[in-house]
Design a protein around this ligand. Sequence first.
Ligand code: SDX
Length: 380
Amino acid sequence: TTPAPGIHRGLAGVVVDTTEISTVIQETNSLTYRGYPVQDLAARRSFEEVAYLLRYGELPDAAQLTAFQARERALRPLDRTTLELLTRLPGTCHPMDVLRTAVSFFGAEDPTEDDGSPAAHHAKSLTLLARLPTVVAADQRRRRDLPPIPPDPALGYAENFFHMCFGSVPDPEVVRCFEISLILYAEHSFNASTFTARVVTSTLSDLYSAVTAAIGALKGPLHGGANEAVMHMLHEIGDPARAGAWLAEALAAKRKIMGFGHRVYRHGDSRVPIMQEALDRLVARTATPEATRLAALHTALREAVLTRRGIHPNLDYPAGLAYHLMGFDIPAFTPIFVMSRITGWTAHITEQLGHNALIRPLASYDGRGQRPVPEPAPRA
Ligand code: SDX
């Protein structure tokens, strides 16, 4: 049903606060982090530099970067209790549940959990940035019946993640493609999971609670879960020649086409051209029959959706296929999104506290009119 005038279902089009962290410019389909165009950051900077920028507002100089990297690398290992906790979770639970549980556990263990000062936030944010990849990699290996591989402090953030997942680091072109995806996923204004983190923070709850809630929001297929759904959909279609017929059936059944559409961008997601270019390089380099088939299918479906519905792909569309070609298991795709978005979430949590107002909207009641409570029926 269409809501009555003045009701903003889904908060569509509603501006609820100011932010200095990033802006999506609809008219030009562009995105800036702290004023820097994301495509320039993706072309010239490392993910660690972007993480620093989102947290502190400026790009690091050489000494600041070295210090930041040294702290991040030192914080990567998980203690035995955490590793044991993770192995006790049922193998049937989704890796996003594992990550949500791990963050909740980190909060329970942190004696400074309720310290909301900027210094405490910087420390907790860096700890989460450093530790989440270790959780995601250990969990992927557990599902493959393999023991965890400890982090390597000699490796950068992206390289170390490959090392912990596979025991080796692929060639620099693959690592760079992964790093570009992390830079693009890092921050996107008041998306659903970031807004969730801000709602929790607005009650003066702690950072771990806000991040745990944000992970829950990101898991859904209308949000971060779409990068996994994209890969399931490509497997379901299978053959590039089937893309058109599959799409006709899916649209007739009113299915959502995963990895397409966006609440804010109506003419294409600013991040897609950069990720698509990185994906194209990855496909050319991989050059297996499977990669070639999936890339052809990916293109055929994108063109069919655009022609039939005029809907553009979002970042999850190229990122989903890229993660598959890099060798990650599908259920690890949204956790990888978390490893990156933790930078945006924690920057927003700190910003929310800087000018906090409890987030508590109103609802227009359209339930039953007031009525008397009937006398309870006599007991038998
Ligand atoms: C992310 O907000 C962010 O910034 C999020 C994000 C980030 O970085 O944080 O960018 C990450 O969450 C990307 C989105 C991932 N989700 C998907 O790929 C799932 C598939 N997409 C959709 O369901 C949808 O496009 C949304 C949820 C992304 C946006 O939904 P809206 O803004 O509520 O729009 P809508 O569902 O009301 O769609 C408007 C119209 C409808 O048609 P009409 O009823 O007007 O005829 O467009 C159609 C929709 O049916 N439509 C789609 C579609 N997306 C929009 N139809 C089929 N398949 C789609 N994917």
